[in-house]
Each structure stands twice: as structure tokens, then as C-alpha cells.
Design a protein around this ligand. Structure first.
Ligand SMILES: [Zn+2]
Length: 290
């Protein structure tokens, strides 16, 4: 089911991309101030000017813990959203986990980069009684405290991005680990703030044997967003995105990180190399790319 480019090994840690589905978003909104004549060369738009994006989730298996980074849009999406964004999600995150022989009870930590509906939709599931319950019965759910507060009480501008009713069940069941900035999640796994898309958007750094995987989530949603001006118009603080992206990508090139992108359909993983003033991208070919 999964392709060779969907899996990498870093030291004794395995990272697998699980696609919860695909959806379509206006290409102009995805690339902000960059003109269509430039971005259309990297991401071909359809007749309605939309480009196809993936809902990438990353399964991280360390010798000590199994983690899931983001949970896609989830199976209980409102019809209004499903039609507007043309979501296609078969088999979806839970189907792909089952294909690996994993059930929801095997996940120790669910880490959300942020709580926009396309990154935490699988956190909870609707029960037969119509209530919301944690989808991963044993997991701690790890998110920045500031992001949690923003998601539960969104300001008017943010209301279309958050669905607080689906998240409340996590607080009621005492399932949350709320972080205040950078910090450890599990041995070899740490949260790193990369603000800009939202005020408390976080990345996840996974390290083993001197090798690093870094999940950039929506700071750099696809490989087409590596050049610094390519920033989504959804970002609330684009200047912060620009500066944080620059810092993280230069580090990634200098320290040989493998990067994971939140929405890239064909390049879930890749690395960077300095080439003059530019950073050159190479997609990871598979597990051998250690
Ligand atoms: Zn996103």
C-alpha cells in the first residue's frame, strides 16, 4: 500500500508517511504573493485554479514509543467542508494504520503541529451516541498550550479553521499534554516552535544516531514552498513564517536533516543542499536514504 518514498530510517527510528487523503485548494492562496506564472510551473492548477494537496501524517517508531504526527482531516468531516475542498480519503489514516498491523491502541503520543481542522481531524471520532471521543485510547495528545487556547476560543478571523466541538473531548478525558514552547515529547523526539502559520505552530524534531528528521508541517507545506517568498496566504504572521523558515531550512541543509512536508502529494520527504545563495531540494527515494 505504501510507496518506497513513504518511508525513511534515521538511526534506529523509522518514519512512515500515511496520507489521510487529498484535497484541492486555490493555487493563488497556497503561494501568497508569488505570481501564478511562477507557481504554476511547480504545481499545475486545474480548470478552477486549484492544486492538489495531501493530508500527510507521519508515523514515528522509536525503540521506546510509537508516535503519530498530525491526524489529517478525519472520517467525520462535515459535508460543507468535504464538498468545498473535494476531499478524497480512501483508505484514510486508520485504514493505512490497519494495513501496517497497527490499531489506534498502539499509538503512545499524538502530536499536532497545530489544530486547524485538516491536521487534527482524526484526533477524535464520533461515537454511536453522537458524542466525540479520543480516537487513540492510550495516547497522550501533545500540542502547544497557546494553540489549544486559540482553537477552543477562536477569534472571528480563525473560526473557519478550527472545530472546537471536536477537540473538547480531549480536555474532558485528561488526555492533553500542553507545551509552553520547545520541549521533549519522548526519547529522541522533541517539539520545536516554528510560528507564522499560526502563533504557536510547532514542528517535530526526531533524532537518532546523529541523524535527524524534522516535520515542518505548514511552515513549509510542500517542497514547492522551499524558496523563501513562497508562503501561503493562510499564514497569520507571514513575516514570522519567512524568518523561521529561513532559520530552519538553513539548519536542515547544514546538518543534513531529512524534512517532512505537511501537504506534499509526491514528495513527503526530502533534504536540502546549499548551492550558492539557494537551497537545492532532493526528494528522498526510500528507506535506503539514511
Ligand atoms: Zn495544513
Amino acid at each position: 500500500m505504501s510507496q518506497p518514498q513513504d518511508r525513511i530510517i534515521r538511526g534506529d527510528i523509522e518514519v512512515i508517511r500515511l496520507v489521510d487523503g487529498t484535497f484541492r485548494v486555490d493555487g493563488g492562496a497556497m503561494f501568497g504573493v508569488v505570481p501564478r506564472t511562477l507557481w504554476a510551473k511547480r504545481a499545475a492548477p486545474d480548470r478552477e485554479n486549484r492544486i492538489t494537496l495531501a493530508l500527510n501524517c507521519f508515523l514515528v517508531r522509536t525503540p521506546r514509543a510509537t508516535l503519530l504526527l498530525d491526524t489529517g482531516v478525519g472520517p467525520n468531516l462535515d459535508r460543507r467542508y468535504a464538498d468545498f475542498y473535494s476531499f478524497e480519503r480512501d483508505p484514510g489514516l486508520f485504514g493505512l494504520l490497519a494495513g501496517l498491523g497497527l490499531g489506534p491502541g498502539d499509538i503512545d503520543h499524538v502530536v499536532n503541529s497545530h489544530l486547524h481542522f485538516d491536521h487534527c481531524g482524526g484526533n477524535t471520532l464520533r461515537t454511536a451516541e453522537g458524542r466525540w471521543a479520543p480516537a487513540f485510547p492510550r495516547a497522550r495528545y501533545v500540542v502547544q498550550r497557546g494553540e489549544w487556547e486559540q482553537a477552543l476560543h477562536p477569534v472571528e478571523r480563525d473560526k473557519p479553521s478550527y472545530i472546537p466541538a471536536r477537540l473538547k473531548a480531549l480536555a474532558e478525558g485528561d488526555r492533553l499534554s500542553l507545551l509552553d514552547g520547545d520541549g521533549p515529547i519522548a526519547p529522541g523526539v522533541e517539539a520545536v516552535l516554528v510560528p507564522g502559520h499560526t502563533a504557536f505552530h510547532q514542528g517535530v524534531k526526531v533524532s537518532s544516531g546523529g541523524k535527524t528528521f524534522f516535520y515542518l508541517a505548514d511552515a513549509v507545506p510542500t517542497a514547492a514552498h522551499i524558496d523563501l517568498p513562497y508562503i501561503m496566504s493562510f499564514d497569520l504572521y507571514p513575516v514570522e513564517t519567512y524568518n523561521n523558515k529561513k532559520t530552519m531550512l538553513e539548519r536542515a541543509a547544514d546538518e543534513g536533516w531529512v524534512l517532512g512536508f505537511g501537504h506534499d502529494v509526491s514528495h513527503p520527504f526530502g533534504s536540502l543542499r546549499r548551492s550558492g545563495r539557494r537551497l537545492e531540494f532532493t526528494a528522498s527515494a526510500g528507506a535506503e536514504n539514511d
